[in-house]
Design a protein. Structure first.
Length: 108
């Protein structure tokens, strides 16, 4: 399953409520670490296909969504379970780090 790009506030709400577990990447197109994280997210998305939905929010296009979650830096990852944020982390992660982050979030 490919990474879903959030198009609107309604789209964001639908994604986090439609899927039991969602990993949301808050990013910016000008952010170097965000660009480095993207292929890691793609790999993890494929590995977790059907279990965890991966979505991306461009903070410049969707400032209201970023503001609602007090995003201070990018990339910031927030893991949602049942529509509620359970764990967040800012900064680049390699694949192993991202998998550990997801496992920790799933355990909450």
């Amino acid at each position: 399953m490919s990474i879903r790009h959030v198009e609107s506030e309604a789209d964001f709400t639908e994604i986090v409520n439609q899927y039991p577990e969602v990993l949301v990447d808050f990013f910016a197109t000008w952010c170097g670490p965000c660009k480095m994280l993207h292929p890691v997210l793609e790999t993890v998305s494929e590995k977790l296909d059907g279990k965890v939905r991966v979505a991306q929010v461009d903070i410049d296009q969707h400032q209201s969504i970023a503001g609602a979650f007090n995003i201070q830096s990018v990339p910031t990852l927030i893991f949602f379970k049942g529509g509620k944020p359970v764990l967040a982390s800012a900064g680049y992660m390699d694949e192993a780090g991202l998998m550990k982050f997801i496992e920790a979030a799933q355990a909450k």
